[in-house]
Unconditional design. Structure first.
Length: 286
């Protein structure tokens, strides 16, 4: 969805997910791994910590505030290249400079420029070689080096990284990252369902929390601080729970409708554990 521009993107929404399975089956870990692969902001929250508006306790909008603050803290520990990995701003700068090395200064409307740009975007020029002037510290150290595009890209990233980091508003950058590819796992969502064995819910406000989640899942504006507001429209929400005494269909029907994708995690078998211990990368037996 991030690769689509124009009016059609405004009508597209992520399909929120309701996943159920016994404790320890890996419901949260799957989405933690996905977030790691895509360098996406991620947080896991417990549904039971929130209370309905009007009751004493945390409001459901706090999960977005916590996601923003967690992402902010994580970015403070990361190097610039990790933060900006996938940044279109940095990629555009790098691509333009690579094209300059390949075909020289050229107008972007030039057919040759456009064709090379297309090939570069498609990865067709990664093994293409170009000549690069490398200045040296002494008079005769300078030399012209033959270098491949994939190697040239690494050098350019390093050269432009500091400049780009100084030019962007980190808080605004984090806001855009959270809004465009944030993932929120709402664990123990089954605990918000009234058990048939109980006359009442575990907390008076539990069913109200389900209704409070609806505008967050639909897309609303959450105030993080005096100058930052986060739109939840394109954040992926995942409801997770064991549902041992309840069924996913016991959630209020409106919440089920906001989580149209439903999945079930099977319990790990003995063979699964053997595979984890012997076949996975960095397994315990190596």
């Amino acid at each position: 969805m991030r690769q689509i521009d124009g009016e059609i993107r405004q009508s597209m929404r992520p399909s929120n997910i309701l996943i159920h399975g016994r404790s320890g089956s890996g419901k949260t870990e799957i989405f933690r791994k996905i977030a790691m692969i895509y360098n996406a902001p991620f947080i896991r929250v417990e549904a039971t910590k929130y209370t309905e508006v009007g009751y004493h306790g945390d409001d459901v909008t706090n999960m977005i505030t916590d996601l923003f603050k967690k992402t902010q803290a994580e970015f403070a520990q990361k190097d610039g290249l990790t933060i900006l990995k996938g940044s279109t701003l940095l990629k555009d700068k790098v691509d333009k400079l690579i094209l300059k090395y390949l075909i020289g200064p050229s107008n972007e409307t030039n057919p040759t420029y456009q064709e090379k740009h297309r090939q570069l975007l498609n990865g067709e020029l990664e093994e293409y070689s170009c000549f690069l002037y490398m200045p040296g510290g002494k008079k005769y150290d300078s030399q012209i080096t033959n270098i491949k595009v994939r190697e040239l890209r690494k050098h350019i990233y390093d050269a432009y990284l500091e400049e780009l980091m100084a030019s962007i508003d980190i808080e605004q950058f984090i806001k855009e990252e959270v809004e465009s590819k944030g993932i929120v796992v709402i664990d123990e969502i089954d605990k918000l369902v009234r058990s048939q064995e109980q006359n009442g819910s575990t907390k008076a406000s539990d069913e109200g929390v389900q209704y409070d989640l609806l505008p967050i899942l639909d897309g609303t504006i959450v105030n993080i601080n005096s100058k930052t507001k986060v739109d939840t429209r394109n954040i992926l929400f995942v409801g997770a729970g064991a549902f041992e005494k309840q069924k996913p269909t016991d959630l209020v029907i409106e919440l089920q409708g906001r989580m149209p994708v439903r999945a079930k995690m099977e319990t790990l078998s003995l063979e699964d554990f053997k595979h984890i211990l012997t076949k996975t990368k960095h397994n315990l037996l190596q």
